[in-house]
Design a binder for this molecule. Structure first.
Ligand SMILES: [Zn+2]
Length: 393
């Protein structure tokens, strides 16, 4: 009896769902579509994380008359225990260093040649000899440039080879082997569910050692923090000279942060951008609070805090941060929280005031009172600032 062999790899398959549990485990569901023949089909799924929980793998198959006979999840221990990868990498690194040294030498050679050519003057060389020199100069220059380009290609190849042998690639030696028995030739949908451990590579031990390690408490503690990196192509900043103070959509964008208890603490001109055009930007999603797609994006959350203000508190801090900024934009200038203000033609940093502006609500109120006075000294170059109006006179 012949067995039909089917080889699959998770790197070529998008996960259908990923569920992150607080207990340091992550559940992954993947769906594979392929054809089987009548009789036994041995399916190998490669490329699973080394941290895969070998006991967690489950498979279901549609149609139901294709029966699962056997299922084994394993980690290729021979690869994990093979030190040759690091030896190969060391060799590759040596080769790369040698290539880089040669590249440097050839570049120096080229610059010496060019420097020498620059020093030649008419009184040193006759016209006939100059023609000979130029011929040999050009020939040598071409040879060196070609060598430099070739070395750059070789260095790039060495980098690629080192990457291919790196630990990142080596971290996926989990494998699932399953045997399916089908009555007839058919197309099947195989759903694979498995767990893997975050922050703990349990694959390097066998199961006995795993439990021993767990008992000894050498396991990474469960993490309650999940970080996401969201990259989105964004649009332009706010347009100078436009009055956004009544722009409902912009205020609602800040309300969204308030709903989530997020205080940005660095609201400034550079941190408010318009939504990108789609494509190439993402199409965006409707805001769950305002049931619309907002036209603005707030960026740069490196100073944010989760605050316990109520909505009114949040709105007051937003108004304090945004009021001066939007008024400035409508008049064609930027009001920066950490600005250097110009007073009597001298640059004076008002960082103490700005700290208040950024860090504490009470200080914000003080800033709001002082703001018109401070703004009087700010941006004297802007001809269209009505100083009397700003001072409330
Ligand atoms: Zn919203």
């Amino acid at each position: 009896m012949t067995i039909n062999l089917i080889a699959l790899n998770v790197s070529k398959n998008s996960a259908k769902s990923i569920t992150i549990f607080q207990s340091s485990t992550t559940e992954v569901v993947r769906v594979f579509l392929f054809d089987v023949v009548a009789g036994q089909n041995k399916i190998t799924i490669n490329g699973l994380s080394n941290s895969t929980d070998k006991e967690s793998a489950r498979i279901s198959v549609v149609p139901g008359d294709a029966r699962l006979l056997d299922l084994v999840c394993s980690i290729d221990q021979s690869v994990l225990r093979d030190n040759s990868t690091s030896d190969v990498n060391r060799l590759l690194a040596l080769q790369k260093n040698a290539l880089e040294d040669e590249h440097k030498s050839r570049q120096q050679e080229l610059s010496v040649l060019e420097e020498y050519a620059r020093t030649l003057k008419a009184e040193h060389v006759s016209p006939e000899k100059m023609a000979d020199f130029l011929d040999s100069y050009m020939e040598r220059r071409r040879t060196i440039s070609k060598a430099v380009r070739e070395l750059e290609e070789k260095i790039a190849e060495a980098n690629k080879a080192m990457w291919a042998k790196s630990d990142r690639m080596a971290a996926a030696f989990g494998k699932i082997t399953a045997v399916l028995n089908a009555k007839d030739d058919c197309h099947v949908e195989l759903k694979l569910t498995y767990h893997y451990w975050r922050g703990l590579d349990r694959s390097s031990d066998d199961s006995g050692e795993e439990s021993e390690r767990s008992d000894q408490g050498n396991v990474s503690p469960p993490e309650n923090k999940i970080s996401f990196l969201l990259l989105e192509r964004l649009g332009e900043p706010l347009t100078m000279g436009v009055d956004y103070s009544e722009n409902k959509d912009l205020w609602q964008t800040f309300h969204d942060l308030s709903h989530m208890g997020v205080e940005h603490r660095d609201i400034r001109y550079a941190n408010i951008l318009c939504a990108p055009l789609a494509p190439p930007g993402f199409r965006g999603a409707k805001c769950p609070y305002h049931k619309r797609m907002h036209k603005f994006r707030i960026i740069d959350f490196d100073r944010w805090v989760k605050s316990d203000y109520n909505m009114e508190g949040h709105e007051r801090t937003t108004v304090c941060s945004m009021g001066g900024l939007l008024e400035g934009i409508s008049k064609g200038y930027k009001v920066e929280p950490w600005a250097t203000w110009r007073l009597f033609s001298r640059q004076i940093s008002v960082s103490a005031l700005s700290i208040g502006y950024l860090w504490a609500f009470d200080y914000l109120r003080i800033f709001c009172l002082l703001e018109p006075i401070v703004r009087f000294f700010c941006n004297p170059d802007s001809a269209d600032i009505d100083d009397k109006k700003l001072l409330g006179l």
